[in-house]
Design a protein around this ligand. Structure first.
Ligand SMILES: Cc1cc2nc3c(=O)[nH]c(=O)nc-3n(C[C@H](O)[C@H](O)[C@H](O)COP(=O)(O)OP(=O)(O)OC[C@H]3O[C@@H](n4cnc5c(N)ncnc54)[C@H](O)[C@@H]3O)c2cc1C
Length: 474
């Protein structure tokens, strides 16, 4: 500029004047930050209660991590569970045993286990419908969280889970296919199916329905608008400030601020700050999962408290595609009968164990990777698996030996592993790793996907009470 005979200061003034001209202020009863599942549900609920709502979303489209969810939604005591035969006695027994052996000193777990034992005894004496209870869901969740979860929040989650499934039905979303996933004693994950009866990815199904419901209610959504400040007055949140795509500022004054900005899994610097061993890890998360809500709410003038920020979950089945993208391979495949084998062609863990255990076991294998193997019947029943195959993420073989050749593992070892596994299924007993969910023997053409652990779920964040209100540091 200078060499062209211009004064840069003249142009600086011009730019900031243009930015200021684009600044806008809007008013609403409720401002929701984040158009993922939580944000859209909050906005719909507030609109249905007669409130005016504005949503701000940092990305060009909504959905966040919610749209990436593949597996389904856990809920206990739903109408849809009763459509299933109960065949999960071993899962219930295993959970009660785990509670007794590993958590005898945890009051919450011990009390829940006592209640579940009574419910289980009563059910066995007079079986009626499918066996599950909100207490068993709480027990599974507490054990999954190694007993450090907040029991009140776990209770709130589990007690309201069936209502959430019913509420989704009222807005046109039906999750009626129920299956068993890792960490759950019984079949509890609720999934949508397509017109052909095949299970489909839950997030890709739910997010368009939520978005349509947001649109139908005339709720304003500002996309590409990143909230960066919570406005406070007398210790109360009264709005937010956000940066729009063109750099201008949008201020929304509101009676209530709902932070639904998700976690920080896509911000590796923030992840590594909490857990240095995860520096450089791949992640399954959407780009908007930057932890900005946490940063805004912990600013000095807002003073929100955080909890369990270092509790970061790895997901054991993440596939790195040829284009370098990290893609979550749904857990449902293991619940539906898939096994994991290492590069030596051998099983090495209870595949339906909790994610941290399976991830830790995988990290100990050659290259920290494993092959997830599914068979033809699973392929036939799942649009999700068919999607993985059509994207070129799988190798396949008509026999175990063929499959081994495409995977580059020892054919005899893999053949023996599959033979042994099929025997475990026949016996409903896995002497080596204690898996209790068997589903079916692996037969016909088999498909394998190379997987490794990736940062999946940042479980800590802002400290909330059981009404989801953020608590202050003091
Ligand atoms: C690959 C994958 C698979 C999963 N599968 C399952 C599953 O099968 N079952 C299950 O129960 N859970 C699953 N989960 C977890 C589940 O997706 C999340 O717990 C859930 O989606 C969180 O919803 P949310 O609305 O809180 O966050 P998100 O859906 O992530 O939404 C947060 C939104 O806020 C936006 N945002 C962030 N910061 C700002 C800002 N400063 N200003 C404006 N907007 C902002 C983001 O862009 C995003 O759109 C999965 C997660 C991943 C990543």
């Amino acid at each position: 500029m200078t060499s062209a005979g211009l004064n840069p200061d003249d142009y600086k003034t011009a730019v900031s004047a243009a930015t200021a001209a684009g600044d806008v202020t809007e008013e609403a009863d409720v401002v929701v930050v984040g158009a993922g599942g939580a944000g859209m549900v909050a906005a719909i609920t507030a609109a249905d209660a007669g409130k005016s709502v504005i949503i701000l979303e940092s990305q060009a489209m909504g959905g966040g991590n919610s749209v990436r969810s593949t597996g389904g939604m856990n809920a206990a005591k739903t109408v849809y569970q009763d459509d299933n035969e109960f065949d999960e006695a071993a899962g219930v027994e295993k959970t009660l045993k785990t509670a007794a052996e590993n958590y005898a000193d945890n009051e919450t777990i011990t009390a829940l286990a006592k209640t579940v034992q009574e419910q289980w005894d009563a059910y066995q004496a007079a079986p009626d419908g499918y066996f599950d209870s909100t207490e068993l869901f709480e027990l599974d969740t507490m054990i999954g969280g190694k007993g450090i979860n907040d029991p009140e929040l776990v209770k709130t989650l589990c007690e309201n889970s069936a209502d959430a499934i019913d509420w989704l039905d009222t807005i046109g979303a039906s999750l009626h296919n129920v299956a068993q996933f890792g960490g759950a004693s019984v079949k509890r994950i609720h999934r949508p199916v397509n017109d052909e009866g095949k299970t489909v990815a839950v997030g890709a199904y739910l997010v368009p329905i939520l978005t349509q419901n947001v649109e139908d209610r005339g709720i304003t959504v500002h996309y590409s608008t990143t909230a960066n400040k919570i406005l406070m007055s007398d210790g109360k949140a009264v709005g937010v400030q956000a940066e729009q795509k063109d750099g201008s500022t949008l201020t929304v004054n509101a009676k209530a601020v709902v932070l639904a900005t998700g976690g920080f899994g896509a911000n590796n610097a923030m992840v590594a700050e909490q857990n240095p061993s995860l520096d450089g890890y791949i992640t399954t998360n959407a780009p908007g999962a930057q932890g900005q809500g946490i940063v805004m709410a912990t600013a000095e003038d807002v003073g929100a408290a955080t909890v369990d920020m270092d509790q970061i979950q790895l997901h054991p089945t993440v596939h790195v595609a040829d284009d370098g993208s990290a893609n979550l391979i749904t857990e449902g495949l293991r619940g539906d009968g898939a096994i994991l084998v290492n590069k030596e062609g051998q099983r090495f863990t209870d595949e339906v164990g909790t994610r941290d255990k399976v991830s830790a076991a995988e990290n100990e294998q050659t290259d920290g990777q494993a092959w997830l193997i599914v068979d033809q019947s699973m392929y036939d029943d799942s649009a999700v698996i068919q999607g993985y195959v059509s994207k070129g993420w799988t190798v396949q073989g008509d026999t175990a030996a063929d499959l081994a050749a495409t995977m580059g593992v020892d054919a005899d070892a893999l053949s023996k592993t599959i033979e042994d596994w099929n025997q475990c299924v026949a016996d409903e007993n896995d002497p080596d790793f204690g898996r209790t969910s068997f589903n079916h023997q692996l037969e016909g053409t088999m498909y394998a996907i190379l997987v490794q652990p990736g940062v999946h779920h940042t479980m800590g964040g802002l400290k909330i009470d059981s009404s989801a209100e953020v608590e202050k540091e003091d």
